[in-house]
Design a protein around this ligand. Structure first.
Ligand code: ADP
Length: 404
């Protein structure tokens, strides 16, 4: 048995994929089957989508809670004859605190820890836990592995993970920068040495994961040395509906003006800010770019602000890295939005970045360098979070020597 089922159980959806990991040990790997269950816990029917051997299917979920969604996923994957070959289930877990720095086989202690980290990631860890528990019940003979989004940032040096606050707050309550999107940044770090020659002291790169959530990772010789998200995924870059960095002095003022408490304000900064808040239109970059092209000044400002803040954060990575050999764009925006890449690179001209505009406009689903020859590399690399979870889960099983 060499197959891995990957589950990414989020607040209103469960994404899944099945991989045959023997296909490739290091490079990009394609799933045999992918899909998702969405619109969970909302009024109306949940949606189930699956793609297998070029065929797409879509149906209403018989039950639209997480447990019902996972039951439908398992039953379809079994009907396709794949579940019978699954050696391990890999789960994306958003927060692993400062304890989990590697993929970990789930047992009662690990479950209890993930539960305790729910206080740090209340939107993410609880649905991750449901995914694990349902799989444990339905597939008791198959090992479950947790792959943490915080783990890749376990190498951050103290100067990158401390906040300038009383140290007691960190010691007593774990208040520090953790960083997220680690599975994606780790995949990027694993691909760069396969794509470009490495200087003697290793490749120094900035990975820009730009999806609905956006974060940067400064990668030095394969490890994370700084990142833009912090204690929560709200810190750092401007995102689809998240504000990113703000003056902490603003909160009290805004609570008063908005007649809300800090919980209400945090929800607004997560759900109604970013591209959505500035454009007044949408959290979706495609919509914002179309409206900006059509002359909408709010959408134009949203796009400009997104690029300006992103470029400033990228430039700041020169401090932990010393030099930048490669900048990587990944995630839905990073992989697809050529105008965003062009604007950001224009803002980074002072660091020597030059874009080959023809290459930048070409669409492709493989990794490619779109820099001119005089520039540091500018890679577009399709991220493979699910593939990375699959590879790491099977690797852990093989290390433990319990792979049948
Ligand atoms: P998630 O973080 O939910 O996985 P994705 O990585 O799929 O999200 O990224 C979603 C973002 O990518 C959206 O803002 C979407 O508009 C943007 N995007 C996808 N395709 C394009 C495109 N062709 N041009 C511009 N933006 C795009």
């Amino acid at each position: 048995m060499t197959m891995v089922l990957v589950l990414n159980s989020g607040s209103s959806s469960v994404k899944f994929a099945v991989f045959d990991v023997l296909q490739g040990a290091t490079g990009a790997i394609s799933p045999l089957c992918t899909g998702n269950a969405s619109r969970l816990n909302e009024p109306g029917a949940g949606e189930f989508r699956l793609e297998w051997q070029g065929q797409k299917e879509q149906l209403d979920l018989p039950r639209n809670d997480h447990e019902g969604a996972i039951d439908t996923i398992l039953s379809r994957v079994r009907q396709l004859g794949l579940l019978q070959q699954v050696a391990v289930v890999g789960h994306r877990v958003v927060h692993g605190g400062d304890r989990y720095r590697a993929p970990t086989r789930v047992d009662d202690k690990v479950l209890a820890d993930i539960e305790s980290f729910s206080a740090f990631a209340p939107l993410h860890n609880p649905p991750n836990l449901i995914g694990i528990r349902v799989c444990q019940q339905r597939l008791p003979a198959i090992p479950q592995v947790a792959v943490f989004d915080t783990a890749f940032h376990g190498t951050l040096p103290p100067v990158a993970y401390h906040y300038a606050i009383p140290q007691q707050w960190q010691q007593d309550w774990g208040v520090r920068r953790y960083g997220f999107h680690g599975i994606s940044h780790h995949y990027i770090a694993s691909q760069l040495p396969l794509l470009m020659p490495a200087p003697a002291d290793g490749i120094r790169a900035v990975s820009a994961h730009l999806g609905n959530g956006c974060s940067l990772c400064a990668i030095k010789n394969g490890i994370s040395v700084d990142t833009s998200m912090g204690f929560t995924p709200l810190e750092g870059l401007m995102m689809g509906s998240r504000s990113g960095d703000l003056d902490p002095g603003l909160h009290e003022y805004l609570c008063e003006k908005l007649q809300t408490d800090i919980h209400g304000l945090t929800t607004l900064l997560n759900k109604d800010a970013g591209l959505k808040g500035v454009s007044g239109l949408s959290n979706d970059m495609r919509t914002c770019l179309q409206a900006a092209d059509a002359g909408n000044p709010h959408a134009q400002l949203a796009v400009e602000l997104f690029c300006y803040r992103l470029a400033k954060h990228i430039a700041a990575c020169i401090v932990p890295l010393g030099r930048i050999d490669a900048l990587v764009f990944t995630g839905g925006i990073g992989e697809n939005a050529a105008p965003i890449r062009a604007r950001v690179i224009a803002l980074l001209a002072g660091l020597g970045f030059r874009l080959d505009t023809t290459l930048n406009e070409q669409r492709a689903d493989h990794a490619r360098n779109v820099a001119t020859t005089s520039s540091p590399a500018i890679w577009i690399i399709p991220t493979q979070e699910e593939g990375m979870i699959a590879r790491q889960s099977l690797a852990l099983l093989n290390e433990e020597g319990c792979h049948s």
